[in-house]
Ligand binder design. Structure first.
Ligand SMILES: [Zn+2]
Ligand SMILES: [Zn+2]
Length: 151
């Protein structure tokens, strides 16, 4: 999905968050954020090492991902094959959902309209209230078969 603001705005927000943690926003780290921003969905470490423009050694990439995750810049999720993938946290990109291909493991962002989102929220609230819970947030991942696998 598209970031809410221009690319530079996300870089500014990331830079500020890192500064609060006493961490420098190096060009290598910047290139990781750019690669994640350009991606159509969450990305694994292997995918990111291909998509990062800087020649970032894999050890630096691992370290950068860990730093970003600790600083709340990235969110890590585990796809249907248990592969860890990273995406920017929702405070940077906005709320969205994922579609996952059960055949090839592809995962993509899907944006849900405000109307659909509030209907979703109502359903989720009803479900949660059955267990006496008040909803703070939800994660929805739709499993399906992508176009390439659907032949
Ligand atoms: Zn597929
Ligand atoms: Zn939602």
């Amino acid at each position: 999905m598209q970031p809410t603001g221009p690319t530079t705005e996300v870089h500014e927000l990331v830079k500020r968050r890192l500064a609060e943690n006493g961490i420098r926003y190096t060009s290598g780290r910047r290139s990781v954020v750019t690669a994640i921003q350009m991606a159509s969905g969450p990305r694994s470490t292997a995918e990111l090492s291909q998509e990062t423009t800087d020649d970032l050694p894999i050890s630096s990439l691992y370290r950068t991902l860990a730093i970003f995750e600790n600083a709340g810049i990235l969110k890590r999720d585990h796809g249907p094959h248990g592969l860890a993938r990273y995406e920017l946290a929702e405070w940077l990109t906005g709320h969205h959902h994922h579609v996952v291909c059960i055949a090839c493991g592809a995962i993509e962002d899907i944006e849900v309209s405000d109307k659909a989102e509030s209907e979703l929220h109502a359903i989720v609230s009803t479900l949660a209230s059955l267990a006496g819970y008040r909803v703070l947030d939800h994660i929805l991942e739709v499993e399906g078969v992508c176009e390439a696998c659907d032949d």
